[in-house]
Design a protein around this ligand. Structure first.
Ligand code: GRF
Length: 196
């Protein structure tokens, strides 16, 4: 039996965090296999990135809501993930809130990366919130997903200093560089039971 954990990745955007996870799986630093990439955005770059890595990928029409999946989409999503064999779900820029049935289907197995040091700056454009507030350090957080918005148990954090001449764009770039280190490393530690 394979010792590798099976993870699926959900994203709505460019997929740079997916790429960091896929590279870590390929070079063995993350003992996992990405079984599937799902996006709620038909032309999201993350689906192209998945194709480049030869990883199965699928667009799921999210339905009529803007911030969550409708009931049909949620059911399809859960079934597609289960059929792929995924044990864990890693969110990487997935712009919809997951609740209820989805979280029960993957209880304590849905993980997210957020671009701030939670509990500071939950929600959208956290790097811009940090710039606007004038904090001197920010960063990123890997956490379990619960029913709240960016509130689940924190697994790991990476610190990024805010520089004098930072704009929200340059700050976001450096936060993303830290995300690409932190996410695969945290999943590797989690899967080897090094995080309580
Ligand atoms: C990341 O900054 C992540 O923290 C946030 O969404 C962004 C996704 O970027 N949740 P990418 O699609 O992985 O490049």
């Amino acid at each position: 039996m394979s010792f590798k954990k099976k993870i699926a990745v959900l994203g709505s955007g460019k997929g740079s965090n997916f790429v960091s996870l896929a590279k870590a799986c390929a070079d063995g630093t993350l003992p996992a296999e990405i079984t599937l990439v799902i996006s709620d955005v038909e032309d999201a770059k993350i689906l192209d990135r998945a194709k480049e890595f030869g990883i199965p990928n699928k667009f799921i029409n999210p339905g009529k809501y803007r911030t969550k999946l409708d009931a049909t989409a949620e059911t399809t999503c859960i079934k597609t993930l289960k059929d792929s064999g995924a044990q864990w779900v890693a969110l990487a820029g997935f712009m919809r809130i997951l609740k209820g049935d989805f979280l029960r289907a993957f209880e304590q197995k849905v993980i997210n990366i957020h671009p701030s040091l939670l509990p500071a700056f939950p929600g959208l454009e956290a790097w811009k919130q940090a710039c606007d507030y004038g904090v001197k350090v920010t960063g990123c957080t890997v956490h379990l997903v619960d029913h709240g918005i960016d509130t689940g148990r924190i697994l790991a954090q990476g610190v990024v200093p805010v520089l004098e001449d930072d704009t929200s764009t340059t700050l976001h770039q450096r936060i993303q560089e830290e995300e690409h280190r932190l996410y695969p490393r945290t999943l590797a530690r989690l899967f080897s039971n090094k995080i309580n």
